[in-house]
Design a protein around this ligand. Structure first.
Ligand code: ADP
Ligand code: ASP
Ligand code: MG
Length: 410
């Protein structure tokens, strides 16, 4: 393994204070002693990003997205410089960089920019000098040299993108849990750690609320077959390997249950049931760069119909503006907004070949007296929107109903 390169990413809780940064430095030292070359991607200390966003909100409820990126990209600069100093003090050659300095080029959008190119020449040069290269996660620059950020949890994306560009053998993601579990271990105490998860399953789990990995980072890992190891920075246990689907995985029907409490439901009431209405609504929504998740339109009995869709709560204000402009235009009676929703989902590649999963989910929710608001399914997942106050209870009930606390996966 001499000279092989590893990209490691440490999340906010792993660098929350100086003791934890020292802990990260000691881990890096151990890898160096084994002969590895290391590129280390960091998140901001603890809840720094949230704290910075709170500061902005004290000034305005609608800050410019360019300035938001300018603000929240500072969090990662603090952590990388502190880690580089710690390593240098331990007599380990190290240098920290911003995303822009190492050539992470993104598109022009702010707060959820996409990486379009990574040159990484600077990193390669420093690696040749035998230094540990510490890179600020979550950020890049656009072709106009403006600072951009990649969306919440975006340090995972930085890490995977660098692993691809540098041809690293593995990308290790260090966090505050021991891997990917059958459900959020903070919600379901008997959730089980999964040894292996396929990219396909992880992509669904992450997109549906399993915060442990940022969904877009999994898309990149899948596209370039980069193996990921999700593990704890607080111990040396093996965590979860995310890689291509292997046979053992196909035998497990369900891999996990997730919940997303960060969506809101928009309902257009009594819209005329005629061609073109949905097209108008979603064209306007898309023009404002708002992502829509679930969409439901009811059967019309009176020539009028209700249409509901969900958006991220972060984009709800912008969706409200769009809707108040078009509700009159399309001849609907009104529009309502509901933030008290949660989307509970069950994911597993085994669903492709097994029937009865949906019925069991619905039965489980019914037995707990939980009403289902919206349903959506794909080949490997079933999602139900329910009242937010029942969310954790629903996750635990579904987890138990499918025996996920007991199933031993390969
Ligand atoms: P980091 O700061 O290291 O990026 P995050 O807070 O983004 O950490 O992600 C880790 C958290 O994800 C865990 O503390 C856990 O509560 C949550 N989580 C949600 N679903 C899962 C899951 N299925 N498996 C593991 N952790 C999960
Ligand atoms: N600090 C950023 C966030 O809190 C990015 C990250 O942690 O991955 O979203
Ligand atoms: Mg994260």
């Amino acid at each position: 393994m001499k000279n092989s390169l590893i990209v490691q990413k440490y999340g906010g809780s792993s660098v929350a204070n100086i003791d934890r940064i020292k802990n990260v430095a000691r881990r890096i030292a151990r890898y160096r002693n084994k002969g590895y070359r290391l590129v280390v991607v960091l998140s901001a200390l603890g809840d720094t990003t949230d704290e910075l966003l709170k500061l902005a909100r004290r000034i305005t409820s609608a800050p410019s997205e360019r300035e938001i990126d300018m603000l929240i990209s500072t969090g990662e600069q603090v952590s990388v410089s502190l880690l580089a100093m710690t390593l240098q003090r331990m007599a380990i050659g190290a240098i920290s960089f911003t995303g822009g300095q190492v050539g992470i080029i993104t598109d022009y959008s702010h707060t959820k920019a996409r990486i379009i190119d990574v040159s990484a020449d600077r990193i390669k040069k420093e690696l040749r000098k035998d230094r540990v290269v510490v890179v600020a996660g979550f950020q890049g620059i656009n072709p106009d040299h403006e600072i951009t950020t990649l969306g919440r949890g975006g340090s995972d994306i930085t890490a995977v993108a660098l692993a691809k560009t540098l041809g690293a053998g593995i990308c290790e993601i260090y966090t505050d849990v021991e891997g990917v579990y059958t459900a959020d271990p903070r919600v379901v105490t008997d959730a089980r750690k999964l040894s292996y998860v396929s990219y396909e399953e992880m992509l669904e789990l992450a997109s549906l609320g399993a915060q442990v990995m940022q969904a877009r980072s999994i898309e990149i890992a899948k596209k370039f077959s980069i193996p990921l190891h999700i593990r704890s920075s607080f111990n040396n246990k093996t965590g979860t390997i995310i890689s291509k689907e292997v046979k053992a995985m196909e035998e497990a029907l369900i891999s996990g249950v997730t919940v997303n409490k960060k969506e809101a439901k928009v309902t257009i009431c009594d819209a005329p049931d005629k061609p073109g209405i949905a097209a108008v609504i979603f064209k306007e929504i898309a023009a404002k760069d708002i992502n829509v998740d679930m969409i439901i339109q009811n059967v019309s009995r009176t020539g009028y119909t209700d249409l509901s869709f969900t958006v991220s709560v972060r984009e709800l204000n912008r969706a409200r503006q769009v809707m108040s402009d078009i509700v009159g235009k399309i001849g609907a009676k009104g529009v309502t907004y509901n933030r008290d929703i949660a989307k509970v989902s069950i994911v597993g590649v085994g669903m492709k070949t097994h029937s009865g999963v949906a019925a069991k989910v619905f039965e489980t929710l019914a037995s707990k007296g939980i009403n289902i608001d919206m349903i959506s399914t794909s080949e490997i997942k079933i999602s139900c929107v329910i009242n937010k106050k029942h969310a954790d209870h629903a996750v635990r009930a579904i987890h138990r109903a499918f025996g996920l606390d007991r199933v031993r996966r390969a």
